[in-house]
Design a protein around this ligand. Structure first.
Ligand code: NAX
Length: 323
């Protein structure tokens, strides 16, 4: 039997946490031969709720679950962690501007970046889910001075999955027929779900859907899907977000040749400003995220790439004192 791996989840008593922990403990993230220890971080007012979640984890008697730590102390939560899922974040409150949200979360991700640096495994993989995910990831990376930027990633696989599902529905195929789609940029309303290189059953997607539908319906629907779910459900996506986070970590650690989308620290690929956390088309191998090179982009794509890049640059400017 393998040695257990420590997995930290922050915001563990929240709705994504509740949809995620039981699946991690059952082996869906790292495989059914990999024992895990869950290290759950919450803020003090949520510790009671977290205790209830821990009781439910115990009551599942998961064979792979070798221990559960619940704490409000980051140094305890991140200690020895090989995988960290940063889910906990401040939601936007009434009257809060985007800048206030960036600032409130900035404080959280500064402290957590430092604590990961000081207490987690030197090979830790960190996924940022809490919004604004790309910029929170940027703050965490810049406060983990001894770790490598490629150890941090932000989540856009949920947007990627939404785009695949929408395209498959439109063209009447099963989702497995859709390949090589990508979501670029920020996890926000400026993200760019791109179809220029996507195929459906081997045929270029843009031969099967018309450009007007792509531009005027597909792109805005993917961009606004989170808001549509809030309107319908009364709260934001949780099960699909938890599913995406598990998928992100699984692909990152176990590898994939299929193109997916992940936020990663830009090294200037596709002329995106170095240092910002930007979602690219990626594959994963040997525990590394690899940006797909030389993907064809036309003027329409490049405009969209710039637009979402500009939003990330504005976000970076708003929190530059934290970097
Ligand atoms: P909830 O409000 O249900 O849960 C968040 C939890 O985080 C709460 O229990 C809270 O006590 C905890 N928390 C707050 N500050 C903390 C801190 N400093 N340390 C540890 N825990 C802390 O939100 P939930 O629906 O679970 O969503 C969590 C985050 O995911 C939000 O920021 C949300 O916007 C973001 N999302 C990101 C998505 C993505 O694709 N990147 C999609 C889904 C989701 O909207």
């Amino acid at each position: 039997m393998k040695e257990p791996l420590r997995i930290t989840v922050t915001g563990a008593a929240g709705q994504i946490g509740y949809a995620m922990l039981f699946r991690i403990a059952s082996g869906e993230m790292l495989g059914v031969d990999q024992p895990v220890i869950l290290q759950l971080l919450e803020i003090p007012p949520a510790m009671n709720a977290l205790e209830g979640v821990v009781m439910e984890l115990q009551d599942c008697a998961f064979p792979l679950l070798r221990g559960v730590v619940s704490t409000s102390r980051p140094e305890e939560a991140f200690s020895g962690a090989e995988f960290v899922l940063l889910v906990g974040a401040r939601p936007r409150g009434p009257g809060m501007e985007r800048k206030d949200l960036l600032e409130a979360n900035g404080a959280i991700f500064t402290g957590q970046g430092r604590a990961i640096n000081d207490y987690a495994s030197k090979n830790v993989k960190v996924l940022v889910v809490g919004n604004p995910a790309n910029t929170n990831c940027l703050i965490a990376v810049n406060n983990a001075k001894d770790l490598r930027p490629e150890q941090f990633s932000s989540m856009t696989i949920l947007d990627h999955n939404r785009a695949i599902a929408l395209l498959a529905e439109r063209t009447g195929v099963h989702i497995t027929e859709v390949q090589d789609l990508a979501v670029w940029g920020n996890h926000s309303a400026t993200m760019f779900p791109e179809l220029l290189s996507a195929t459906i059953g081997g045929t270029p997607a843009l031969e099967l859907v018309d450009f007007e539908w792509y531009r005027d319906k597909f792109i805005p629907t993917v961009q606004q899907r989170g808001a549509e779910i809030i309107r319908a459900r009364g709260s934001s996506s949780a099960a699909s977000a938890a599913n995406a986070a598990i998928q992100h970590m699984r692909l990152w650690s176990l590898g994939t040749n299929a193109v997916t989308s992940m936020g990663t620290v830009s090294r200037g690929d596709y002329d995106i400003t170095e240092g910002i956390v930007y979602s690219y088309p990626v594959t994963c191998s040997a525990g590394k995220i690899e940006i797909v090179k030389r993907r064809t982009l036309d003027e329409f794509c490049i405009d969209r790439l710039r637009l979402t890049e500009n939003e990330l640059l504005e976000e970076r400017d708003a929190i530059k004192h934290l970097l």
